[in-house]
Structure formats: structure tokens, C-alpha cells
Design a binder for this molecule. Structure first.
Ligand code: 5GP
Length: 347
């Protein structure tokens, strides 16, 4: 490993935007394929390699293939424990995983047992002493409409109260070209009122000014992507002003956006805009398995693309602590951890 690679691996990091089924590594996919050879799924169908580009539609097709491979409690337990351990091995000290609870009639999987299994995986890793604090966001897939969104919020509320602080919020994701945010507003409002934190995928594709404006009024606690918020790419100053005024952090995923073709080149990535503004921006992976990356690589990529120093990248990872959904005491513990690790990382 070269010097730079070692630095970014050792840099303590916070991962706030990681979809569980998009984060499955090639090793875990091999194990899943071994469990289900009859599906005839090849690894090339579940990952987008170096230099490959896809449309966003094609990316969503990849998730469907992975969902076929992950359809029992046993699969979810394996996937979640593997993903957590991989993030820990990459130097991630705090992780918020998100996932859309699914029901599978054939295997008896229910939405409730889906969430319970992810929670079990988190607890199992903790009991094994894996050095990472993991929390969970229950995801709403916007394709599934109003009723499912409300049902998901109710489930998330139950788990927020019964999971010993592990379920901290709600994610809104799924194909951004399907459905409209206004139909999901009552569910999101209810979630907010009950104390769930909200991370919403917003302006991931162009021409969603009206929807974004509506959802920004909630306001959400964090924004996923926000690729088309600013005026230069067809967004607007008033959207930017709302984000800035409410100090809503952005979760930014460079490789995902370039491979999914919503950003043409790394140097065009909106990280630059928000970073220059001094707005809280957190580098994340999105789907480390599908996009063949990890958080160390994303930090390294941001530094090399935008000419940032190691000290700048340390500051970015440290500032991400203020954007987590876990309570203040956890932020303090993490800040202490960063202080303790500083001499070792800059040795
Ligand atoms: P899961 O929720 O099954 O654990 O993870 C896969 C799901 O996350 C996908 O089906 C999709 O709903 C969501 N997802 C993953 N990556 C993206 C992304 O880049 N944009 C959006 N809007 N949704 C995503």
C-alpha cells in the first residue's frame, strides 16, 4: 500500500450515506451466489467496475438483481454483518446504514423481521468488539407511494422506541424519476414530529425544483446528493439559500454520481460548490459494492480532484461528526476518539 492509501485508510471517518444492499462487497456477493446458484446471477450483474458508466435507470436495475440474492433473514444477517465489518476495516468509526424493509412471501421475510435482523447484525458486531458505532435509518422507497411510506414511518417509530437508540431516522430514496414528494409529505411530517431524523434524497436529477422546495420546507436534517440544487446546474439561488439558512448538511458521493452519469466529470462534482461555500458537506460512498469503492477511496478522490491537503481532509472527516443523527454524547465520544487518533494518523 502506498503512503497516501495508508493515510486515507487510517484517517478516522464517518459514513452517513450507505444503502445496505448497494454496499454488499464482491466477496459477500460470491457467498450469496453460492447459496442461490439456480438464479444464474453473475457478479458482473451486481457491480459497476472502474471506468464503467451507467444511466441512473441501469443502476436501479442492479439493485433488483441484488434484492433477488438477498431475500431471507439469514442473507440479511450475513450481508449486514459483512458490510459493517468492511466499513470498520476501512477506518470508519461511525456508520449510519440505511435500508428499505422488504417483505418476501416465499421466504417468510416480513418488513418487521427485516429491520429486526439488521438490528441483530449491529448488536452482534458490537458484542464481537468491532470498533465502529452503527446506527440505522429506515428507508422509504418513493416508488411505493403514500400508504407504504406511512406504514414505514410507523415501523420506524416503533423501532426508534425499542432498539436502544439504534434506529435514529428515516431515509427517502428510490428512483427519483418516479412519484412526487408531495404525496410523501404527510408521512415525512409525521416522522419528523415523532423525533425521527430525516435524510432525504433531493434534486438528484434535474428539474425537480418544485418538489425540492416543498421538501426543504420540512426541513430535512440532511440532504442526499443535492446534485442539481445550485443555479449553475439548473437549480436556484432560493433553494441554496434555504439549505444554507437551515444549515442542512449534504451527503456527497463522488463515484456514485459519476458512474450513475448525473455528474459528467469528477472535477464538475458539486462538492466543489458546497465546499467553497463552507457549507457542511460529508463525503460518503452511497453504494460501495455496486460502485466498487470504499470511503477511503472517496476521501482520496476528493482530495486529489480538488487539491485538498491531508489537514483539509482531516478537518472534513472531523466536521462530519456534527452531522450525525446520534445524540450529543456520541458526538463527544467521537470527537475524543479523533483527538486520540490524530498523532497516529499524522505520525
Ligand atoms: P436497500 O434499501 O435495499 O438496502 O438498498 C438499495 C436501495 O437503495 C435501492 O433499491 C434504492 O431504493 C436505494 N438507492 C441506492 N442507491 C441510490 C441512489 O443513488 N439514489 C437513490 N435515489 N436511491 C438509491
Amino acid at each position: 500500500m502506498d503512503n497516501e492509501t495508508v493515510f486515507y485508510r487510517e484517517l478516522p471517518k464517518v459514513e452517513l450515506h450507505a444503502h445496505l444492499n448497494g454496499s454488499v462487497s464482491s466477496q459477500t456477493i460470491e457467498k450469496l451466489i453460492g447459496r442461490k446458484p439456480h438464479l444464474n446471477i453473475e457478479h458482473s450483474m451486481t457491480a459497476i467496475g472502474k471506468g464503467q458508466l451507467r444511466t441512473l435507470d441501469e443502476c436501479f436495475e442492479v439493485f433488483k438483481v441484488i434484492h433477488k440474492l438477498v431475500d431471507t433473514e439469514e442473507d440479511i444477517l450475513m450481508v449486514a454483518t459483512d458490510v459493517i465489518k468492511e466499513f470498520a476495516a476501512d477506518g470508519v468509526k461511525y456508520l449510519e446504514l440505511r435500508s428499505t424493509p422488504r417483505e418476501e412471501k416465499d421466504t417468510g421475510l416480513t418488513k418487521r423481521s427485516y429491520i429486526e435482523t439488521v438490528i441483530n447484525a449491529i448488536q452482534q458486531c458490537k458484542s464481537e468488539g468491532v470498533d465502529i458505532d452503527v446506527r440505522f435509518l429506515v428507508a422509504i422507497d418513493r416508488r411505493n407511494g403514500t400508504e407504504v411510506a406511512m406504514e414505514t414511518v410507523k415501523l420506524a417509530e416503533d423501532f426508534m422506541l425499542s432498539s436502544d437508540g439504534l434506529v435514529v431516522g428515516l431515509d427517502l430514496s428510490g428512483d427519483p424519476t418516479v412519484g412526487h414528494g408531495k404525496d410523501l409529505l404527510p408521512a415525512l411530517q409525521r416522522a419528523k414530529n415523532s423525533g425521527l431524523k430525516l435524510s432525504l434524497h433531493l434534486s438528484e436529477v434535474p428539474s425537480q425544483l418544485e418538489e425540492t422546495d416543498l421538501l426543504l420546507n420540512l426541513p430535512p436534517d440532511r440532504i442526499g446528493h443535492g446534485t442539481f440544487l445550485h443555479p449553475a446546474v439548473g437549480g436556484s439561488q432560493s433553494l441554496v439559500d434555504k439549505v444554507v439558512k437551515n444549515n442542512i448538511p449534504l451527503e456527497l458521493c463522488l463515484t456514485s454520481n459519476v458512474k450513475g452519469s448525473t455528474v459528467a466529470r469528477y472535477s464538475d462534482h458539486h462538492f466543489k460548490y458546497w465546499y467553497q461555500l463552507g457549507h457542511p458537506s460529508v463525503i460518503c460512498t452511497d453504494d460501495k459494492g455496486v460502485f466498487c469503492t470504499d470511503l477511503s477511496q472517496e476521501y482520496h478522490l476528493a482530495a486529489s480532484t480538488f487539491g485538498l491537503s491531508r489537514a483539509d481532509m482531516w478537518k472534513l472527516s472531523q466536521q462530519a461528526i456534527d452531522c450525525i443523527f446520534a445524540p450529543e454524547a456520541v458526538k463527544q465520544q467521537l470527537k475524543q476518539k479523533w483527538n486520540d487518533l490524530h498523532p497516529q494518523v499524522f505520525k
